[in-house]
Ligand binder design. Structure first.
Ligand SMILES: Cc1cc2nc3c(=O)[nH]c(=O)nc-3n(C[C@H](O)[C@H](O)[C@H](O)COP(=O)(O)O)c2cc1C
Ligand SMILES: [Mn+2]
Length: 475
């Protein structure tokens, strides 16, 4: 798999019949509502909007790129015929085990430099940014985007998908949850009273967006991770205002500065939990100094919202694989499956299936699942089941929870874990921590051999009956 820009991705997806075209939809309610319809349908289409009223023809917006298994496989360079989520989790785990980060390559120029606005010409409103959800507090130019920042002490560059709201022509606001890499970097800059340079790329290969929105380890640039997936480096140019590496083939990049003393009201914005939980708070802003963009630029949009959404589609696969890997590294043996359920935004309801090997194995698994980086932020429930339960089958999981759990013994509460403003159940003014429930829905290890037998006939008996009587039974 070689490097790719957004236009190449569109061609590839077009060949698979995965893109719908919509012309003439308005930015204020229609594009957001159409996006919601596409995202709420399982394996719904990617949609390319053009001819947005009030904007030049060719200024486009692409949404729901990672909203199907097929396009997620395409983006990761995997077999696009895989049609079961757990098979994609397994395939990606095999592939990612061989992944070696490859540093980005600096080049002198790239298509993103086709148009350059500086000084009085800067106007982020020239692009058809939608108002994604009806009750949003503004237009969010950054959703399928990446915020590019540098660590002032360690020098490494982070790419994080952190939402970016338009305040006016030359000012945008950005929200980063506590503990995220960009937030840690920003706090270092601001603690030493220095402004932070920030660049935002708004339109790139969806793989870059994917990398910006999942847990690539601290200290590793997401550029290097993406290079590892491609097997060759991402080409970047040096941002003239910020000195930051910018994707050379990005559609739109804004460069600017965040000053430690300047804040403005940010939000409300429809969030991945399905609520407007963080409401409005003062947040840092970026004073935009330069906008670079390709001719007829294509914005990549990925608004979060009530699950299921695009982000729950691909992140269920990626997060399940990541937690599985991190648990293995924590020494948990015999994991048979992991599923980060989309209903919980892939964070709030994590099911782990194990083949129990020792007393305490289930608790070991649960604590690792909620303690590792991919599972630590804003979780709620970790459910551990035996290997006969398919973690992607909610009916099976609920059956285990209702029959293998004695609540007073098997539910454990862990307090003061990593949460933040987006947590809907924590009251305003008290956000920051939350608690977690571990539900051990495995057969109790100490008497599992006496645990009641499951009341189904053996596969052989059922198969024989099906052969002999199936025709009369089901026709
Ligand atoms: C569409 C979308 C929007 C997101 N918006 C935000 C956001 O506004 N703030 C935030 O902290 N994380 C947001 N996230 C989650 C982060 O991108 C994710 O936690 C990522 O791992 C952060 O990068 P980091 O690991 O380098 O900190 C969003 C994710 C997606 C998919
Ligand atoms: Mn990171």
């Amino acid at each position: 798999m070689s490097t790719r820009d957004l236009r190449q991705w569109i061609q590839d997806a077009e060949r698979l019949g995965e893109i719908k075209h919509i012309r003439g939809a308005q930015w204020d309610t229609e594009i957001g509502a159409i996006t919601e319809l596409a995202q709420h349908r399982e394996n719904g289409p990617a949609v390319l909007f053009d001819e947005v009223p009030g904007y030049p023809k060719g200024y486009r917006i692409l949404v729901n790129t990672l909203g199907s298994l097929r396009r997620t496989a395409l983006t990761l360079g995997l077999d696009t015929s895989i049609d079961r989520p757990m098979d994609l989790v397994r395939t990606w785990r095999e592939r990612s085990k061989r992944l070696m980060p490859i540093p980005a390559k600096m080049v002198d120029k790239g298509p993103v430099m086709e148009n350059i606005d500086t000084g009085k010409n800067v106007n982020v409103l020239k692009f058809p940014t939608p108002k994604w959800h009806e009750h949003d507090g503004g237009r969010y130019i950054g959703t399928g985007s990446i915020d590019i920042t540098r660590d002032p002490e360690e020098g490494w560059v982070n790419l994080g998908t952190y939402r970016v709201m338009i305040h006016d022509e030359t000012t945008v606001g950005f929200y980063i949850s506590p503990g995220k890499h960009g937030r840690i970097q920003r706090e270092k800059w601001f603690a030493s009273k220095q402004p932070m340079k920030v660049a935002v790329s708004i339109g790139h290969d969806p793989l870059i967006f994917l990398a910006g929105s999942i847990e690539v380890p601290y200290g590793v640039s997401e550029y290097d991770w993406v290079g590892g997936v491609y097997g060759e480096p991402v080409e970047v140019i040096e941002g003239p205002e910020t000195g930051l590496p910018l994707p050379a083939s990005a559609e739109i990049v804004i460069e600017g500065t965040a000053d430690p003393t300047e804040v403005r009201a940010e939000g409300p914005f429809g969030e991945w939990t399905g609520y407007y939980a963080s409401s409005t708070r003062p947040e840092p802003i970026i004073k935009v100094e330069r906008v670079m963009y390709r001719n007829t630029p294509i914005m990549l949009g990925s608004p979060p919202g009530k699950p299921p959404s695009e982000l729950t589609a691909y992140r269920a696969i990626l997060r399940s694989a990541l937690i599985w890997d991190e648990m293995e590294k924590a020494g948990v043996p015999d994991i048979r499956g992991i599923w980060c359920h989309p209903a919980g935004g892939t964070r709030l309801f994590v099911v782990v299936a194990i083949k129990q090997r020792y007393s305490g194995h289930a608790k070991h698994a649960a604590l690792a699942a909620m303690g590792c980086r991919a599972g630590a932020y804003l979780g709620r429930y970790v459910i551990v089941v035996d290997e006969d339960i398919d973690p992607t089958d909610t009916f099976e999981v609920l059956w285990a929870m209702t029959t293998r759990v004695d609540p007073e013994k098997d539910i454990e509460i862990i307090k003061r874990m990593w949460s933040g403003p987006l947590d809907p159940i924590i009251p305003p003014g008290q956000k920051g921590f939350n608690s977690r429930a571990i539900i051990d829905a495995t057969r109790p290890y100490d008497w599992k051999d006496q645990f009641p037998m499951v009341a189904v006939s053996s596969p052989e008996v059922l198969e024989a009956a099906r052969k002999k009587w199936g025709q009369q039974l089901f026709g």
